[in-house]
Design a protein around this ligand. Structure first.
Ligand code: ADP
Ligand code: GN1
Ligand code: MG
Length: 375
């Protein structure tokens, strides 16, 4: 997979000029800590006052049909904006992502080099966090993602594009890992023997949610599918989760994967790439807060879903661990890395989180029961 190089100021200015933006281009700088797309904050001068935009190059190695991604996002964001408007919300462009169209009226610009660019209104006065700060924040994060699921629940017809098929299919992810171990193209399997053993020992649990889904005990819904903590913007003034972002993977999926992924990142005591594993564990005070916020908002949960909430956190954390491990074995082509071995560090934190959740499984189940009872 070819690396997408960083864009120069001149390139950013030229790309941005294809969108319906006003004012004079001042500068653009790389922004945020996402692992997939290339994100830039652009500053414009409008009558002397600074104005920001968010420009992104969609990772077309990961999202091979960027036009489909953009069709989904346009639909999702317009749907949410319509609902907010009906509720009398006034600051809609802070409460949902808002795409800025090109001069041709398109939601994406396909440049001569084959890159795909999109532009968003910059959400001001709010931030994303890579690590959770407080239980109050965890509760608001749970609530924000539940609200998001409520807002998109009726976006069923026509079916949204599956932007990455089998995205959270742990069985398939494990098959890909097994193939990568067998191929061992970079002679790296020797570095990760313990991790491979840890994953393999748990392979009999990977199909659990898929099997219950096939039996009709767990429904398919429209879900976000990437509910990591830094994909929700929290208001600087109130701390509330005001805008769920990173909508590339909004598509049919399981609500449980969304719940699991918010627990993976928001209950972690340390950064996703922490090298000192003694610092890495799942915090039950955060889990309780997230569960409280989520269950209060997710009134739609069926019995089957309720039974698997605690397990979903383990499963999705394992799945992401498998994906980091696979990417390491395949030569680090999927997730952006900042240092050699970055994906191994990330894999190790995920597996340590799984272990921590396994050790606290009974506590997690009791917390879920309480959160559901009080919701
Ligand atoms: P990736 O898919 O690479 O994770 P994201 O869409 O999550 O990319 O964007 C990366 C980061 O950029 C986010 O974590 C957030 O901090 C920031 N960001 C994204 N969209 C906006 C926006 N419209 N306004 C302000 N910040 C944004
Ligand atoms: C990626 O795009 P970002 O950084 O929010 C990845 C998620 C992983 C996550 C791990 C499209 O999320 O699936 O859980 O990294 N997104 C995609 O941190 O693969
Ligand atoms: Mg992101």
């Amino acid at each position: 997979m070819a690396e997408l190089g960083k864009a120069t100021q001149q390139e950013l200015k030229a790309i941005a000029s294809t969108f319906q933006v006003y004012g004079d281009f001042v500068s653009g700088c790389p922004y945020g800590s996402g692992h997939i797309n290339d994100t830039y904050q652009l500053t414009y001068s409008v009558g002397g006052a600074p104005m920001h935009y968010l420009l992104q190059r969609i990772n077309h190695h990961v999202f091979t049909q960027p036009a489909n991604v953009q069709q989904n996002i346009l639909r999702v964001t317009r749907h949410i904006a319509g609902k907010l408007r009906a509720q009398g919300v006034t600051d809609i462009s802070r409460r949902t992502l808002t795409l800025i169209l090109t001069h041709d009226g398109e939601p994406v610009h396909h440049d001569t080099e084959g890159n795909w660019w999109r532009m968003y209104v910059f959400v001001e006065g709010a931030k994303t966090y890579d690590q959770i700060q407080s239980t109050a924040q965890a509760e608001l994060v749970g609530e924000a993602f539940a609200d998001f699921q409520n807002m998109v629940a009726d976006l069923t017809e026509p079916r949204l594009h599956e932007t990455i098929p089998n995205f959270h299919n742990t069985v398939k992810r494990y098959e890909t890992l097994t193939a990568a171990i067998e191929k061992d193209a970079f002679n790296r399997a020797k570095d990760v023997k313990d991790e491979i053993e840890f994953v393999t020992a748990r392979a009999n649990t990977f199909g659990r949610l898929l099997e219950r889904c096939a039996k009709g005990e767990i429904p398919e819904r429209i879900t976000h599918n990437d509910t990591k903590l830094n994909n929700v913007m929290l208001d600087d003034a109130t701390g509330k989760g005001i805008c769920v972002i990173d909508l590339d993977t909004v598509m049919p999926g399981l609500a449980l994967y969304d719940f699991g992924d918010m627990c993976r990142t928001s209950t972690a005591n340390a950064a996703e790439d922490e090298q000192d594993l003694s610092k890495v564990f799942s915090r039950m005070d955060m889990f309780e807060a997230i569960a409280k916020g989520y269950c209060r908002g997710a009134k739609f949960l069926t019995q089957g879903e309720k039974e698997e909430l605690a397990f979903s956190a383990q499963l999705i954390t394992m799945t992401i661990g498998i994906r980091f491990l696979t990417d390491y074995l395949q030569g680090d082509t999927y997730f952006h890395i900042k240092r050699p071995g970055h994906n191994v560090d990330r894999c190790r934190t995920q597996l340590k989180m799984v272990k921590s959740m396994e050790e606290q499984a009974e506590t997690m189940e009791a917390i879920i029961q309480k959160a559901l009872a009080e919701a």
